[in-house]
Design a protein around this ligand. Sequence first.
Ligand code: FUB
Length: 433
Amino acid sequence: MAQNPIITDQFIADPSARVHKGRLFLYPSGDKVPEEGHVFFNQSAGFCMPGYHVFSLNGGSTWVNHGWILKEKDVPWGMKNVCAMWAPDCIEKNGKYYFYYPAKAKNDDKYRRIGVGIADNPEGPFKWEKNFIQGMFSIDPGILLDDDNQAYIFVKSGDGIKVAPLSDDMKSIKHELINVEGLPAGYKEGPFPIKIKNRYYLIFAHNLANNGYTIGYAISDKPMGPYLYYGNIMDMIGKDTNHASIVNYQGRWIFFYHNWALSGHTKLRSVCAEYMTINDDGTINKVVPTLRGIGAPMPGDTIQIDRYNAINGAMTTFVGGNEPAGWMVTEAENNSYVIFNDVNLADGSAKRIQARVACGQRGGIIEVRQNTPNGELIAKFDVKYTGGWNNWKTIENDIISNKKGMINLCVVFKGPHKVANLNWLLIKPHKTK
Ligand code: FUB
């Protein structure tokens, strides 16, 4: 999957994004529907979180799922069957990858502990340390590696955000956690530290009036602070958690966060991403949630057209029938259209295009044009009755006028009735022998 939310075949939250070996990796936590009879322990806050997957971007807009990196049952020091694996982080130091995660420890009455695993590759496999890091009972580890190779672990601990330098082997802390000074009043968690142009940034989730979370940021000239609070990067998106990270990928800043648009349930979350900009004075411009999100679909990537930049005359709703979870364009009357920006046609060699459609009436024409409803015609589909508005069929046709590089698509529906429900488009990569 591609646009917001970026993954729709499972629930993930608390995204920690990192570029490793030039590739964009995502280390989220995972939410799941509790099994019948699941006993929540008293500090679960209603979450059922069984462990971690890792994802990476293919360069276009498809996220590759590298599978499980850690399940609760494999935490050497962890309590079983509590599903308490909250927000993780993963950084690289001297060619090794260190994955930090909170879990509930067995034989321990403390809140949560933080463990670490070490790998030779960003996607693992990780070798898990036998015990948790001593001297902390915390959640939400966020790691900063400074230019002098000193790493720091930031956590939510007690009622604030704390920090300590990590030992050189990254498996313990050099001294006890200290409070990060200079942050605003109110509940804070989800620290994500990052150094940008000699400034230390601390991004964090902030729940000032127990009302819902904003994402705030603070800046310091020293890794452990004191920090100066600059306000919100993202305002409240609803009355529950948010948790963010930022990363520079291929020259652009990307802001990752989570919402619960897919499930409608605040404990079953999905990760989203937006482009973000930083001003010359170091301040960060506010990020507004969109459907379109980031990434430029390439030939072979599905173009989730319902995650539009603009729409006119049609609307979107959840897809039904046997389709995987997600949304579709629907109620597409004559001349309604949807605009989806930034599709990467690469060298322009693609010859065929597919559309995933469902039609419960007499059909009509779907035109794919460049930029606007009257823009150059790129492809055209003659849509017929498919057996119902949720009976899905993939149809395919020639690309009439191919382009190279980045273009914006405008999909126009034409017909005397509602034309079709449209789930996605896909430009087929041209195979040469
Ligand atoms: O995902 C469980 C907890 O909710 C995280 O640790 C917090 O940051 C919040 O997102």
